[in-house]
Design a protein around this ligand. Structure first.
Ligand code: AMP
Ligand code: MG
Length: 270
């Protein structure tokens, strides 16, 4: 395979994305054992570039992860960032808003969690919940959520203009695969804590969620802040795909080590 399959996962701005046409069990031409070995190499590269990004100290990188339950936001984060310096990575998991979050607009808590200069920020769920679950479950009327695509595009544009690279990933899991994973959560005592009865309510609304995801991705995949649709039925494909998306993004940013202070090169430390 000569063409990098990652390119084909990117949703072009203005595209008429059809999620149903994207296989959730695709292998992207990869094979399991070599993909796992390649993930280790990709992680090492990410670690090197993360260190440079931190040293450069002038730009941030935000990775947004969105998915249906059990598609693997948590597992992806664990797989990609184990081995990357935790001091430079900030993960934020967005839950149902509570406390002061409910007293502000929906972007308030999100903006506060955006990575600082030199940081990689990962959003495990995000402001997109406010045009996904909030839309599907009718927590606010259409007159309210429908305006949010424009807010989100403007917000992400602001981040990019001010030095934060934004990349967004939808982990695309199949309905059958989700059933198996949710069943495993019910059956396995180590995983049971992750299961909420409400997950089944969301599952029952599957077609509406897919439609909402499709619409949100279409309307917010911009050149400045693109979406990628990653097949997520196989964890090893998902992990390598997201790791490569992150690596490519870092390579494009091409962070530079700061120049040394004058007179340092060649100094002998006594
Ligand atoms: P989990 O990520 O599985 O721990 O679950 C977090 C839950 O919080 C999910 O059911 C999300 O849909 C929900 N959630 C996150 N953000 C929002 C939001 N802005 N409004 C409503 N529900 C949300
Ligand atoms: Mg959950």
């Amino acid at each position: 395979m000569t063409k990098d399959p990652i390119r084909s996962l990117r949703v072009q701005s203005g595209s008429a994305l059809r999620l149903a046409r994207h296989a959730t069990d695709a292998t992207l031409g990869w094979e399991k054992q070599s993909a796992k070995a390649e993930l280790e190499k990709v992680k090492q590269r990410i670690d090197v570039l993360q260190a440079r990004l931190a040293a450069e100290g002038s730009r941030g990188l935000l990775l947004v992860l969105q998915a249906m339950d059990a598609a693997g936001n948590d597992g992806t984060i664990r797989a990609i960032f184990s081995g990357v310096n935790p001091a430079g990575v900030k993960v934020t998991s967005f839950k149902v808003p509570g406390g002061p979050e409910t007293q502000h607009d929906y972007l308030w808590r999100v903006h506060a969690a955006v990575p600082g200069k030199g940081e990689i920020g990962v959003f495990n769920r995000s402001h997109y919940e406010d045009v996904l679950v909030v839309r599907v479950k009718e927590f606010v009327p259409k007159s309210v959520w429908s305006k949010r695509f424009d807010h989100i595009n403007a917000f992400e544009r602001l981040l990019v203009d001010e030095g934060t690279t934004v990349v967004k990933v939808f982990l695309h899991v199949g309905k059958d695969e989700q059933r198996e994973r949710l069943q495993e959560r019910v059956d396995d005592p180590e995983k049971r804590w992750k299961f909420r009865a409400g997950d089944l309510d969301d599952r029952a609304l599957w077609p509406k969620f897919q439609a909402a995801y499709q619409d949100a991705i279409r309307r917010t995949s911009t050149d400045a802040a693109p979406w990628y649709v990653v097949p997520a039925d196989r964890n090893w494909v998902r992990n390598l795909a997201v790791a490569k998306i992150l690596l490519h993004t870092l390579e494009d940013m091409n962070p530079q080590l700061p120049p040394p202070e004058d007179g340092i090169v060649g100094r002998i430390v006594e």
